[in-house]
Design a protein around this ligand. Structure first.
Ligand SMILES: [Ca+2]
Length: 547
């Protein structure tokens, strides 16, 4: 056999039998942090904006990831709170289309979305399965609230028997029964370390398989109640004081109120953010160890804007639609991506479904009705790339009954916000005016009109909830809760009366009458609060009196 022929046969042999020579579908690791603000990490989200990072918190692993990849300066969470963001990310569609827009979205209930799986929509893990490329999917940590991970198609998960993994799983070893609740050990604050170990084990297992994977590591950090390792808190006590730190942050925890210790203690918050970053570092190390870094996309981001420390130069935070509530720290690294680059093209988390579908190489058509576009071009070309979406912009639908209800839309450099109680509109150029100080509604009426039309057309097309409907359903819900509670007490009284001698009936009746009065008063207060909320004219906040 001639050497040439021999060589040909060898190549043919390797090509046919060795998976090493086949192009393997890439892996995806999504690190989803809870309530982490835009300027909460030590990575500048914008190279020329000083106030786009924290000068106190230290997140060296994210710095390393940023060097390996792209920092997205204009990356948006789908919503300003947890649940709607998680649902939108998982289905690649806007909250307006999915009909799930707020935490405890009562209006979603009669659309079949509450406590159930969104009907007629394909989830991320289901999309990966449909690709027929052998993807193994895993979800560890905080869930998506309306379904357990296994119910929306994840192969591997750490879901508990008692409902979806909610905030309590970042606090207790076991949730139910309530009497057996036990706090997580001191060395596992917010379950950060055990969650990391679960992810590491999954990566170890996958390293022995030829199947590509999609893994979500969904942190309970940095949601309240905050927690961190004592040694890490001490580290922050002993480094130069941070920009946002106050005297009270340097008290001994024994001198603090419970609320200070768990919700506002900024040394602890910094420590918790760093420990979350340690987790990212360990996952990056595990990928290196298994030689999978080169074929793995790592997406690091947050489900909504920061709720504690100010979001750098941005206005607002969690639960409102100023940039501080929706713009989130986002860093992505992976195969064929630019390195150490900042990309300013606006992106949102409902783009991830289209992106993963595209990058996986799936030949199965993408799920129907997606609102996102593939980020392939911006991953590879940065600001020279484009994101093609079927939807004409990034749209936020937040008809909330317990805070300022707002719809907003970002198109190009502009963002239009509309207060749903009053119809008042505000327009900002969020590129030139990051802090949204200069309302351009009078100066640029044509742009405002164009954005308003796009927003209204889209919302009408997807039959988005109107605020009036949301209030109506909320009032009905509160009245239903009130009636149920009262009737429950009444039944209890009737049962007790049957089991008790008649001479004690009068006092029992009085006791229950007082109880029922309290219950009624409690619900009446909530109903009154919601009534006042209908008068809320603000763009930020739940207090209708604030201007
Ligand atoms: Ca959140």
């Amino acid at each position: 056999m001639s050497p040439k022929k021999n060589q040909f046969l060898f190549v043919a042999f390797v090509f046919i039998v060795s998976p090493l020579f086949a192009t393997k579908a890439p892996n995806f690791v999504l690190i989803y942090v809870d309530d982490l603000g835009w300027a909460d990490t030590s990575v500048r989200m914008m190279k020329d904006v000083k106030g786009s990072r924290s000068y106190f918190h230290q997140t060296p692993a994210l710095e390393k990831l940023a060097k390996r990849g792209v920092v997205f300066s204009n990356a948006y969470a789908p919503a300003p709170t947890c649940t709607p963001s998680r649902i939108s990310l998982h289905y690649g569609k806007t909250n307006a289309k999915l009909g799930y827009t707020t935490v405890h979205d009562i209006a979603a209930h009669d659309r079949g979305l509450k406590e159930s799986i969104p009907k007629d929509h394909i989830s991320l893990p289901q999309m990966f399965k449909q690709a027929n490329l052998g993807y193994v999917t895993a979800h560890f940590g905080k869930g998506i609230a309306i379904a357990k991970p296994q119910e929306i198609g994840y192969d591997s998960h750490d879901a508990y028997d008692t409902g979806d993994n909610g905030n309590y799983h970042g606090e207790f070893v076991k949730i139910a029964p309530v009497t057996e609740r036990e706090s997580l050990p001191e060395d596992d604050p917010k379950r950060i370390y055990s969650l990391t170990e679960t992810a590491e084990k999954f990566l170890e297992k996958q390293s022995k398989s030829d199947n590509p994977f999609f893994m979500v590591v969904s942190h309970y950090s940095a949601h309240v109640p905050h927690d961190a390792s004592p040694h890490m808190i001490e580290k922050y006590r002993n480094i130069p004081r941070g920009q946002y730190c106050r005297d009270e942050d340097y008290l001994d925890p024994s001198e603090m109120t419970k609320s200070q210790r768990t919700c506002t203690w900024r040394l602890q918050y910094a420590a918790m953010v760093e420990e979350t970053d340690i987790s990212l570092g360990r996952i990056m190390d595990a990928l290196d160890k298994h030689n999978t870094t080169d074929n793995t996309y790592i997406i690091f981001t947050s489900d909504n804007g920061g709720g504690l420390t100010p979001n750098g130069v941005l206005t607002g935070g969690k639960a409102n639609l100023y940039e501080g509530g929706i713009r989130v720290p986002t860093v992505v690294a992976g195969p064929n991506m630019l390195k150490d680059t900042q990309c300013d093209v606006p992106i949102t988390q409902w783009d991830l479904m289209s992106t993963f579908h595209d990058l996986s190489g799936s030949k199965t058509p993408a799920p129907k009705g997606l609102d996102g576009g593939s980020l392939r071009e911006v991953f590879q070309k940065g600001n020279n790339g484009r994101v093609e979406r079927p939807t004409p912009g990034i749209i936020f639908n937040y008809p909330y009954y317990a805070a300022a209800p707002i719809n907003a839309m970002r198109v190009g450099d502009y963002k239009l916000m509309r207060q749903l109680n009053t119809g008042e509109e505000r327009l900002y150029n969020v590129v030139e005016d990051l802090a949204e100080r200069d309302n351009l509604i009078k100066a640029k009426p044509e742009i405002a009109k164009e954005l308003a039309k796009k927003m209204d057309d889209y919302l009408a097309a997807v039959n988005a909830r109107k605020i009036e409907e949301v209030y109506k359903v909320r009032f009905a819900e509160l009245n239903m809760f009130k009636e149920k509670s009262l009737s429950h007490e009444k039944q209890k009284l009737e049962k007790v009366l049957k089991e008790t001698p008649t001479d004690k009936h009068e006092s029992l009746k009085k006791e229950y009458a007082a109880k029922m009065e309290n219950i009624a008063a409690r619900y009446d207060k909530q109903i009154e609060h919601c009534q006042m909320q209908t008068l809320n004219e603000n763009f930020i906040g739940g207090n209708y009196k604030k201007k």
